[in-house]
Structures are given as structure tokens and as C-alpha cells.
Design a protein around this ligand. Structure first.
Ligand SMILES: [Zn+2]
Ligand SMILES: [Zn+2]
Length: 143
């Protein structure tokens, strides 16, 4: 059951298809839609339909592992359909406090970054890595 905060969550509303956002994919557990402020040639978000706040709230469990694996597979399929000849792809989550919306969302990027400086938001190494690649996330929550 959704609490008050979750009912106001913009991604929960998108997941319930109660906004004009075009859904690229939808099933019982997840939905996918284009990022409203794209950072790359193609930039999609895949979110769970039930509210999970951030990557920090994912547990080392079969349920969460299968969920993230499913999100990643759907993201990969959408990008290979819509951006088959991209130079490379990136899939991952912002780590708090670098996340924008407090509803777990997988960024799915078909590069190049547009404009180029946007890459800084998706850096995985260095002193302040704000972005966790999906594969690394999966390795952490693998049961
Ligand atoms: Zn939500
Ligand atoms: Zn984000």
C-alpha cells in the first residue's frame, strides 16, 4: 500500500500510468520511459512499479536481484531496438545524494553524451563516484 509520500512521488504516478508520459515498456513489475531531460543520444529510465527509494535500499535477495536484472534486460532491449548503432551504452543508478528523484530508476544511455559535458553526471570512478553501474549493483545484491 502506498503511503502519502509515495502517492505524491512523480515516478510512482508514472508507474501507475496516471501521467501523460509515454511508456516505452510496461509489465507487472516495471515500466520504462524516456528521460525528460536526456543526457545522451538515447536516454531512458526503467523503474520498479512499487516504490523503492534508492539503490541503497536494495537488499541482497533473490527478489531484488531478479528485479534489477529484469530492469537491465529491458533497458538493453529498448536501446538495441532504438539505438542499434550507438558507439557504446551505459546502465546504472545514481548513488545518494547524487540521485535526482527518490524512486529507484535505472539510467539507460546510448552514447554519445549530448552535450559532451553531461558525462560528468555518470562517472563511476574517482573520489566522488556518484553513479553505480548496473553490473556492479547486481554483484553487490547477488544472493
Ligand atoms: Zn515512487
Ligand atoms: Zn538519476
Amino acid at each position: 500500500m502506498a503511503g502519502l509520500g509515495e502517492r505524491q512521488c512523480v515516478f510512482c504516478q508514472i508507474a501507475q500510468a496516471s501521467t501523460p508520459t509515454t511508456l516505452l515498456y510496461r509489465d507487472d513489475s516495471i515500466v520504462a520511459f524516456p528521460d525528460i531531460d536526456p543526457s545522451a543520444f538515447r536516454h531512458y529510465l526503467v523503474i520498479p512499479r512499487h516504490h523503492i527509494s534508492t539503490v541503497k535500499n536494495l537488499k541482497q535477495s533473490t527478489e531484488d536481484y531478479e528485479l534489477v536484472k529484469h530492469m537491465l534486460n529491458v533497458g538493453k532491449n529498448l536501446l538495441s531496438r532504438d539505438a542499434p548503432s550507438s558507439q557504446s551504452y551505459r546502465f546504472g543508478f545514481h548513488v545518494p545524494p547524487f540521485n535526482s528523484v527518490d524512486h529507484l530508476h535505472l539510467h539507460c544511455l546510448a552514447l554519445p553524451f549530448v552535450p559532451r559535458w553531461r558525462e560528468i553526471k555518470y562517472v563511476t570512478l574517482g573520489p566522488l563516484p556518484g553513479f553505480m553501474e548496473a553490473q556492479r549493483c547486481l554483484a553487490r545484491i547477488k544472493p
